[in-house]
Design a protein around this ligand. Structure first.
Ligand SMILES: Cc1cc2nc3c(=O)[nH]c(=O)nc-3n(C[C@H](O)[C@H](O)[C@H](O)COP(=O)(O)O)c2cc1C
Length: 403
């Protein structure tokens, strides 16, 4: 399963905010990813959503009190704390943040947060004035200083009618934050991986561009796979319809030349670069300042000049260089010749004529070639898993010792 969290134990503490309904969605998302989700609820949380809702979604018992006879915590009050890989308090009320900051353990959520040695994530949700109050600010600062991971809150319209800071961030973003915590100390911790993504845009005039069909999905998936193993992941991306992945820094660019500038800046201190962008080979020779009028002519010719090869311009002495080759014919021969001419460590070749893989698909089927002549034909798999396979092979190639 792509992005699977199989075998991960997530303790989800739900507290009494109107945003409790979003915790239901979060529990559902984590369960669909195969995580074991142990939901614990405060008394106030049960005023908003019932334990039955969470039990039906997670297929596991829900703890709604430490002393209830059927509660696992009434037998071993730190059981969930001990098995958790991450404890996430979502939504976290002002009141619960205060209790956590002061080491209280008088409900299943705060007791588990206090007893765990796993990373603790809190996602505050409250009225803007409550969040801005000196008491809440001091509590959040104290929690941060102690290493608690504070996710959000976001800005926007709040249940109180106010517009301000205090919104619970979206469940999909919280899943990204959970992944970051699970990836801490992973085999790419301390490494910086730069990934280019999307199809570059070459301006013709202020309204028209020349671009291509790249969706950016492959590059985004590689960056997420790197993030999930503890890397600092940076995406240098031309415009795509994709949301910025949580915990990945996205540098927005347009043309091949602007991608080159950002890429070279980011690669100066990076361990590997994965060139998944579809960079235009050509750019318009004379970009018009004004919109070109249709006029009376039936034919319009545009002169193009060659763009530089971005990855070829990076030195393979300093950085592991990984390319992609999207080919419609002579896949292996063309990919191998790119590997050599661009001085790459590795190239992932994919046949863009395949119907079940390629541009906007979530899956890809690649052949990975390396300098030593290896030719690894991978089966059809998610782009995330292709990213993981590439990163596995990059690990032994880093130029500097393990940080
Ligand atoms: C309709 C309603 C909505 C509330 N929403 C929030 C909220 O979003 N954030 C918050 O901090 N408190 C909110 N509260 C107040 C908390 O429920 C209250 O402080 C409660 O004691 C929190 O307990 P707990 O932290 O143990 O769950 C709300 C109360 C009501 C009645």
């Amino acid at each position: 399963m792509p992005y699977s969290l199989t075998g991960k134990n997530i303790a989800l503490g739900v507290t009494g905010s109107i945003a409790c309904y979003k915790a239901v969605d979060l529990a559902s998302k984590l369960t669909q990813l195969n995580a074991n989700v142990d939901v614990m609820m405060t008394d106030a949380a049960r005023q908003f959503v019932t334990p039955l809702t969470f039990r039906s979604i997670t297929h596991r018992p829900v703890v709604s009190g430490m002393f209830e006879a059927d509660s696992e915590l009434s037998i071993n009050h730190v059981a969930i704390a001990e098995r958790a890989d991450v404890v996430a308090v979502v939504p976290a009320t002002a009141s619960t943040l205060a209790r956590l900051a002061h080491g209280m353990a008088d409900d299943p959520v705060s007791a588990t947060a206090l007893a765990t040695s796993a990373p603790l994530l809190v996602a505050p949700a409250m009225d803007a004035n409550m969040f801005d109050s000196p008491a809440t600010r001091a509590n959040v600062d104290l929690l941060r200083q102690r290493g608690v991971y504070v996710a959000g809150p976001g800005e926007g319209r709040l249940a109180s009618g106010l517009v301000g800071r205090g919104r619970l961030i979206e469940p999909s973003e919280i899943v990204g934050h959970v992944r970051i915590l699970l990836g801490r100390g992973g085999d790419l911790a301390g490494r910086k991986i730069v990934v280019s993504a999307g199809g570059t845009q070459e301006a013709i005039d202020p309204v028209r561009v020349i671009t291509n069909h790249s969706s950016g999905k492959m590059g985004y998936a590689v960056a997420e796979a790197a993030r999930d193993r503890g890397a600092e992941a940076v995406l240098v991306s031309s415009p795509t319809a994709l949301a910025d992945p949580t915990g990945v820094r996205v540098v927005r660019v347009g043309s091949a030349l602007s991608m080159r500038d950002a890429l070279y800046r980011e690669c100066a201190d990076a361990d590997a670069v994965v060139m998944a962008a579809a960079v235009a080979d050509w750019r318009v020779a004379d970009v018009s300042d004004q919109k070109v009028k249709k006029g009376g002519a039936d034919v319009w010719s545009i002169d193009l000049v060659k763009n530089p090869d971005l990855i070829a311009g990076l030195s393979s002495e300093d950085i592991v260089k990984i390319g992609f080759a999207a080919e419609s014919e002579d896949l292996i021969a063309n990919a191998r010749s790119k590997l050599l001419s661009k001085d790459l460590d590795m190239i992932a070749a994919n046949d863009i004529t395949a119907e079940d893989a390629g541009f906007s698909s979530d899956d890809n089927r690649v052949v990975i070639l390396d300098r030593e002549g290896a030719e690894d034909r991978l089966p059809l798999m998610s782009k995330y898993d292709v990213g993981a396979e590439i990163l596995d092979r990059a690990l032994p190639l880093f130029r500097s010792p393990t940080p």
